[in-house]
Structure formats: structure tokens, C-alpha cells
Design a protein around this ligand. Structure first.
Ligand SMILES: Nc1ncnc2c1ncn2[C@@H]1O[C@H](COP(=O)(O)OP(=O)(O)OP(=O)(O)O)[C@@H](O)[C@H]1O
Ligand SMILES: [Mg+2]
Length: 228
């Protein structure tokens, strides 16, 4: 049985809820439910450049999405959910630290709740790491981006707002990458490297502002050499 504990965060495209899943005879666990809004309730629309080069099924569904009928808007929300779920599975399998994906149902994904004690883990943007923690977090970021690159993928919307940090009270906090529906293919997407470059700058700039001597261009070169 699932019990909803209320909203964790309202984002631009989706709301995230905390959910308790109780299975008879087993321990209950907390999950995060990300529910995509249908298009008319979205505050943000992704540029088509994200999905350029993606192969789509040409179907009644595609036409409905193109003409933006009510039916089309529902489908669009569930496609983003489906895309995020499939990507989470792929990244998890590739050893990139993302929330473990549990299930997808229509426009909602259930995944591991990234916690900090009994609360949600903070976003990197809201953390104030010590110099040692900063180096440790950067090392994990580089590793995660190289693993993505080795899959010929780039996050495409990476920033300190789409990275959670678990265990900021200890010496070795864990960095978890979230919000992956727009992950893009570096080979087939003509804008892939441009997005990757922006991801590198968003992240490196934050670490530089916190006092770490790192370079976005060096990071980009490392990720690209893992990809080709
Ligand atoms: N698995 C999770 N565990 C804990 N918190 C989460 C999880 N997934 C998302 N969150 C929280 O919900 C927020 C929104 O999630 P996400 O970034 O995936 O959605 P979004 O709609 O793209 O939001 P935004 O517009 O802020 O980018 C995150 O910043 C984070 O604080
Ligand atoms: Mg986000």
C-alpha cells in the first residue's frame, strides 16, 4: 500500500511527492514520486533542440502531440516520464549515481528517495562544503560525467540545482544526479556537444566560486575523450 506524505518540491515541469510504500510482511520504504504536469500546467517548455536526432515512432500519438490536442498533452507528459525512467535505468546500469528507478506509470515515476536523515537531501546549490568535501564532490562529479560520456551521453540540464548531496554532515558526502529526462546523445544530436559544454561550465563555475581550482574546458576535454 502506498501512502502519500505530501509535496517535496514543485518544479517547472513536475511535482515531486514523498511516498511511503508498505509491503505486507516487509519493511516499509520511502520513495520519491515525480509527477509530470500535463502541458498546459507546465511553466517551462523544452527547446526542440534537445530531442533533435531522437527517433520517434510515427503514429497517431505523434500527430496528437504535434497538434497539441488535449490527448496530445497527456501523452507528452507521459513521454517525459517514460524518457526519464528509461534514462535512469540506463544510467544506473552504467554506474552513474542517480536515484534508483522503481517504476513508471503514466506521467509519474517512482524512484529512490534521496534522504538526509528524515528529510530530503539538499541540492548542491544549497550546500556549503568544506575544502575537503569540495574536492571529494568534484571528484565524484568528474567520474559521473565521464561515465555518462563513455555512454556517449550528456545530461543536458546539469547544474547545482539538479545535483543532490547526501551526507553533508560527514567527510565524504555522496553526489546524486537527478532530473534526467532530456539526457542527450552526443553522436546523433547535433547540439549535443554545445549542451555538454554548458553542463561543464555550470558545474565548474560553481566549484570555482566555492574556491576550487578547476577548469570547465579541461572537464569538457576529459568527457569528450571518454566518448570518442
Ligand atoms: N529522488 C529524489 N529524492 C529526493 N528529492 C528529490 C528527488 N527527486 C527530486 N527531488 C527534489 O525535487 C526537486 C525537483 O526535481 P527535478 O529537478 O527532478 O524536477 P523539475 O521539475 O525538473 O524541477 P526544476 O524545475 O526545479 O528543475 C529537486 O530539486 C529535489 O529537491
Ligand atoms: Mg530540476
Amino acid at each position: 500500500m502506498d501512502t502519500e506524505f505530501g509535496i517535496l518540491k514543485t518544479g517547472k515541469e513536475a511535482d515531486v511527492f514523498l511516498l511511503e510504500r508498505a509491503v505486507p510482511g516487509a519493511e516499509s520504504c520511502l520513495l520519491a514520486a515525480k509527477r509530470y504536469r500535463s502541458a498546459e500546467h507546465r511553466l517551462f517548455h523544452r527547446a526542440a533542440s534537445y530531442t533533435e536526432g531522437r527517433r520517434g515512432r510515427d503514429s497517431r500519438e505523434n500527430r496528437a502531440v504535434r497538434v497539441k490536442s488535449g490527448f496530445g498533452r497527456q501523452i507528452e507528459a507521459s513521454r517525459w516520464a517514460e524518457a526519464e525512467f528509461v534514462t535512469l535505468k540506463r544510467l544506473w546500469a552504467a554506474g552513474v549515481r542517480v536515484p534508483y528507478p522503481v517504476q513508471v506509470d503514466g506521467r509519474e515515476i517512482l524512484m529512490e528517495f534521496i534522504d538526509q536523515g528524515d528529510q530530503a537531501a539538499p541540492r548542491l546549490a544549497n550546500c556549503d562544503p568544506s575544502p575537503e568535501q569540495l574536492r571529494w564532490l568534484w571528484a565524484q562529479l568528474v567520474e559521473a560525467m565521464i561515465r555518462l560520456g563513455a555512454q556517449q551521453l550528456a545530461h543536458g540540464d546539469l547544474s547545482p540545482f539538479n545535483v543532490l548531496v547526501k551526507g553533508m554532515d560527514g567527510p565524504e558526502p555522496e553526489l546524486v544526479i537527478i532530473d534526467v529526462p532530456q539526457v542527450l546523445d552526443l553522436v546523433s544530436n547535433p547540439n549535443g556537444v554545445t549542451y555538454l559544454h554548458r553542463d561543464c561550465r555550470n558545474m565548474a563555475d560553481w566549484f570555482v566560486r566555492r574556491g576550487l581550482d578547476v577548469d570547465a574546458e579541461v572537464l569538457l576535454a576529459e568527457v569528450l575523450s571518454a566518448a570518442w
